[in-house]
Structure formats: structure tokens, C-alpha cells
Design a protein around this ligand. Structure first.
Ligand code: SAM
Ligand code: DTB
Ligand code: SF4
Length: 325
């Protein structure tokens, strides 16, 4: 956050906000079973281990984004198969929200491929937030960078969560995005927090970063003045046409380690097993739940790429004795 020290102990939440990189790396380096055991213990101290929060995503404005995020099919800098779509009409959004609720989602997340919304872009989104809330769902939006005044308008409209990811470590960030700085992201997160909106902030792994970068992302998130309430850990979805389409696969156990370390560093946050589940086996996902993941995106589509069928996820929950909430 602007003007604040990187390491800060938040006023009285009883949680650590002063993690050093070597401490986080030491967690990553622990024997797998020890790490998972500790993460599961931390998880059980703060959450019902049988519950998984489910959110459904909808892209409300797709593609033609001026940012150059190397992982993203929606960037105008890369030639992908994506069909560009203008802002969806309100009725279509409400219809999708109703369908999500009927399937058991408790939160509806709307994403727009903007660098930053203009004030006039925000108006129709405020209507969407009000309408989705009126359907009895929690609301989340991700719209890019925001000013302080814009976060206040979102709060007034009743927004519950704002998603804005740090994506990776400060050191690796420059390899992935050149059009917006790490500091820009921290500032938006600061405005969201100050407006009293719940923060959803995480990142992506499997982009060719090393373990120190993975530790760096989680360290940054945990050392925010307050931990994000929701921490999405995305596994890169490799999309043809993006610069990262050919990057080497991450060892699946390393993915699980990222979930476990996130759980230990941010014990009271929901850790979301986010993008990339389509490429994961049921067994790998079960390991992620064991490591402390307690939220997923539910429904056939993320923003523009695929996600497991809702039926498959329902069956997986049954097989594991998990309750979607
Ligand atoms: N444009 C807004 C922004 O960047 O803040 C919101 C939408 S953006 C698609 C939200 C997040 O989705 C990104 O920050 C990134 O972490 C994740 N994401 C995008 N493309 C991805 C991919 N191919 N694989 C995994 N995660 C991805
Ligand atoms: C987040 O961390 N992951 C979601 C959500 N926040 C907006 C998006 C994942 C996008 C995956 C690529 C796509 O479907 O376009
Ligand atoms: Fe644009 Fe967001 Fe994609 Fe970056 S991640 S290119 S900001 S839509």
C-alpha cells in the first residue's frame, strides 16, 4: 500500500504480517507429509474441514484488454482465438446469476477485461451488483485498477468482494506484465480495503517462476496490513497465442505445496483452488483440499477458458464427503 512499510504487524488481529522470505522458503522445503500435516492442522483450527465455498464466474466484458499480462487470453497484445464481447446486458447477467444460485453457488464473480474502468463504465456494473445481490448471492467483481472514489461507489452498491491479484513475486512480475506496476496493484488493494470491501487477492503459479517467486507472492499477500479474506491460487491455463503457452508444467506436488503454504501463512483466509482444475486429476484436487484449500470456482467456465462440469464437481464433493457452501 502506498506510503506504508512492506512489513507491518496489523493492529491486533493476532496474525503474522512479518514473514521473511527465508522462513517461507523453509516451509516450502519441508518434507511433503510434514507440510501437509501442519497445513491441515492450521486449517482445522480455523475452519470446518468439511466445507468448501463455491463461487461462479462470469465474464461481463471480454477481451481487447490494453494490458500485456503474458498469461492472459484477453490481452489485445496477443493473437488468441478469443471472441471479443462488449459489456453484457443486465438481464443476461441476472440470468447467469440465477442459474449459478440454482446450482448451489453462494458467490457470483463478474470479471471485465479493463485496465481501469472509466466512471461511466462503472454505472452499469453497479446495477449488476445490486441486481445480483437482490438474487441473494454474494457479489465479487474484478475490473482492473480502481480509484478511491470508485471503490466507495462499489461499496455503496453493496459489493462484498473485489478481486485483484498480485499474480507473482515483485521480482518475477516484470517478466509477466509491463503495462501496470506491482505498486499500482498494491494501491488498488489499499483502496478496496479502505472502502470496507472484502479483499480477494492471490496469483498464478506455473508461469516458469521459481520457488523463491512462489514464496515471494505468498509472503507479499501475508504481509499486507490485513490478510485478503480470499486468496485465489491459479495454476496457469496455457492458452495458444499467449507468450506462456509453451511454458513447462509445474510439478503437481509443488502446486499442492503452494496451497499448503498459503494456508499456513493466512490461516483465516479462504484459499481458493482456482484456475487450472480442468487439467488436474480428482486425486490432485483432493490433496489440495487436504492442504487447506476451501474454495473453488464452480461451473463449466472460468472467464474465457474451461472448468470442470458442475456435475463432476458435485460427484467429487460426494466422494470426498465435502459440503459445498
Ligand atoms: N482485468 C482484471 C485484472 O487483471 O485485474 C480482471 C480479470 S483477470 C482475468 C483476473 C485474474 O485471472 C488475473 O489476475 C490472473 O491471476 C488470472 N488469470 C488470467 N488468465 C489466466 C490464465 N491463463 N491462467 C490462470 N490464471 C489466469
Ligand atoms: C482469479 O484469481 N481467477 C479467476 C478470477 N480471479 C477472476 C480468473 C481465472 C481466469 C482463467 C483464464 C480465463 O478463463 O480467461
Ligand atoms: Fe487484461 Fe486482466 Fe487479462 Fe491482464 S489479466 S490482460 S488486465 S484482462
Amino acid at each position: 500500500m502506498s506510503g506504508q512499510p512492506a512489513f507491518e504487524v496489523a493492529a491486533g488481529d493476532g496474525l503474522r504480517h512479518d514473514w521473511r522470505r527465508d522462513e517461507v522458503l523453509a516451509l516450502f522445503a519441508r518434507p511433503f507429509n510434514d507440510l501437509i500435516f501442519e497445513a491441515q492442522q492450521v486449517h482445522r483450527a480455523h475452519f470446518d474441514p468439511g466445507e468448501v465455498q463455491v463461487s461462479t464466474l462470469l465474464s461481463i466484458k471480454t477481451g481487447a484488454c490494453p494490458e500485456d499480462c503474458a498469461y492472459c487470453p484477453q490481452s489485445a497484445h496477443y493473437k488468441t482465438e478469443l471472441e471479443v464481447e462488449r459489456l453484457l446486458p443486465l438481464e443476461q447477467v441476472v440470468e447467469a446469476a440465477r442459474a449459478a444460485r440454482a446450482r448451489g453457488a453462494s458467490r457470483f464473480c463478474m470479471g471485465a477485461a479493463w485496465r481501469r474502468p472509466r466512471d461511466k463504465d462503472l454505472e452499469p456494473v453497479l446495477d449488476m451488483i445490486r441486481a445480483v445481490k437482490a438474487e441473494g448471492l454474494e457479489t465479487c467483481v474484478t475490473l482492473g485498477m480502481l480509484t478511491e472514489a470508485q471503490t466507495e461507489r462499489l461499496k455503496e452498491a453493496g459489493l462484498d468482494y473485489y478481486n485483484h491479484n498480485l499474480d507473482t513475486s515483485p521480482e518475477f512480475y516484470g517478466e509477466i506484465i509491463s503495462t501496470r506496476t506491482y505498486q499500482d496493484r498494491l494501491e488498488t488493494l489499499g483502496h478496496v480495503r479502505d472502502a470496507g470491501i472484502h479483499v480477494c487477492a492471490g496469483g498464478i503459479v506455473g508461469m516458469g517462476e521459481d520457488r523463491a517467486d512462489q514464496a515471494g507472492l505468498l509472503q507479499e499477500l501475508a504481509n499486507l496490513p490485513r490478510h485478503p479474506e480470499s486468496v485465489p491460487i491459479n495454476l496457469l491455463v496455457k492458452v495458444e497465442g499467449t507468450p506462456l503457452s509453451e511454458v513447462e508444467d509445474l510439478d503437481p506436488f509443488d502446486f499442492v505445496r503452494n496451497i499448503a503454504v498459503a494456508r499456513i501463512l493466512m490461516p483465516q483466509s479462504h484459499v481458493r483452488l482456482s484456475a487450472g482444475r480442468e487439467a488436474m486429476s480428482d486425486e490432485l484436487q483432493a490433496l489440495c483440499f487436504l492442504a487447506g484449500a476451501n474454495s473453488i470456482f464452480y461451473g463449466e467456465k472460468l472467464l474465457t477458458t474451461g472448468n470442470p462440469d458442475a456435475d463432476h464437481d458435485r460427484r467429487l464433493f460426494e466422494r470426498l464427503g465435502l459440503r459445498p457452501v
